[in-house]
Design a protein around this ligand. Structure first.
Ligand code: ADE
Length: 242
């Protein structure tokens, strides 16, 4: 395969949805490979314990280092000598922001592994230890807190896998996209299709004009307008903190 994905989580079933749709096709075609691992398989007590109370006190639970250590040992064991180890992604709200740029970087790795913790977090020593053996990225999906890293990993996997050559049938759509306003740091312009009039609403006439230069200008103006209104931070303006 062009890309092998491993996930480690206490809810490996979350990743079943990757068998659907475009990514499911890429899996079926052997373009990508998916291996899901249950963190509890790496516990040894009767209750398959993965968490404990935090040193220093406070609410919530922290994921114990030992099961993670054994899971990552097993991941190392799945790398034949002389082959590249996976880039190891820890999904966490305190990670660096996951962006289209990061997706592009990760799409060129031969292997990726996603370690999904619960939001109170994994004992920090796991990340420190892992840096000795893997290229580690701590990544956040956005400035909000999910119950666990699985949904964040799913979103990241979808963004990454669609950039793997062959996954999207028509590579033109990716070429187009890499020059699109969005990757230039702007939001998309609005789009329209037939009919030209629907429930009394007309498609902007310039789009029916056949004047490609005018269409490009109109789209650039709408992109700028939307970006100014919704994401001034993308234009170097101070971010709105709502
Ligand atoms: N786990 C919980 N919230 C998260 C977020 N926003 N990004 C990545 N992982 C998370």
């Amino acid at each position: 395969p062009a890309l092998r994905l491993d996930t480690i989580s206490i809810f490996p079933q979350y990743f079943d949805v990757l068998r659907l749709s475009l990514i499911g096709k890429a899996l079926a075609a052997g373009l990508i490979e998916l291996h899901t691992h249950d963190l509890r398989e790496f516990t040894h007590d009767r209750h398959r314990t993965v968490d404990d109370t935090p040193y220093g006190g406070g609410a919530g639970m922290v994921m114990k280092p030992e099961p993670w250590g054994e899971a990552l040992d097993a991941l190392l064991g799945s790398c034949p000598p002389g082959t590249e180890r996976p880039v190891l992604v820890f999904t966490t709200p305190s990670g660096e922001p996951f962006t289209q740029r990061v997706a592009g970087q990760l799409a060129s790795a031969p292997r990726l592994a996603f370690a999904c913790g619960r939001y109170e977090g994994i004992d920090k020593r796991v990340m420190v230890w892992a840096r000795e053996y893997f290229e580690v990225r701590e990544l956040s999906l956005g400035d909000y807190v999910l119950n666990g890293g699985e949904v964040a990993a799913l979103a990241m996997i979808e963004a990454i896998v669609r950039l793997v050559p062959g996954v999207i049938g028509n590579p033109e759509s990716l070429v187009e996209e890499s020059y699109s306003p969005h990757t230039e740091g702007m939001l998309e312009y609005p789009v329209y299709t037939k009919p030209a009039r629907w429930r009394g609403l007309d498609v902007p006439p310039v789009l029916l004009s056949g004047d490609h230069g005018a269409v490009d200008d109109w789209r650039a103006a709408r992109s700028l307008e939307t970006t100014r209104a919704r994401r001034p931070d993308l234009l170097g303006q101070p971010p709105s903190r709502s």
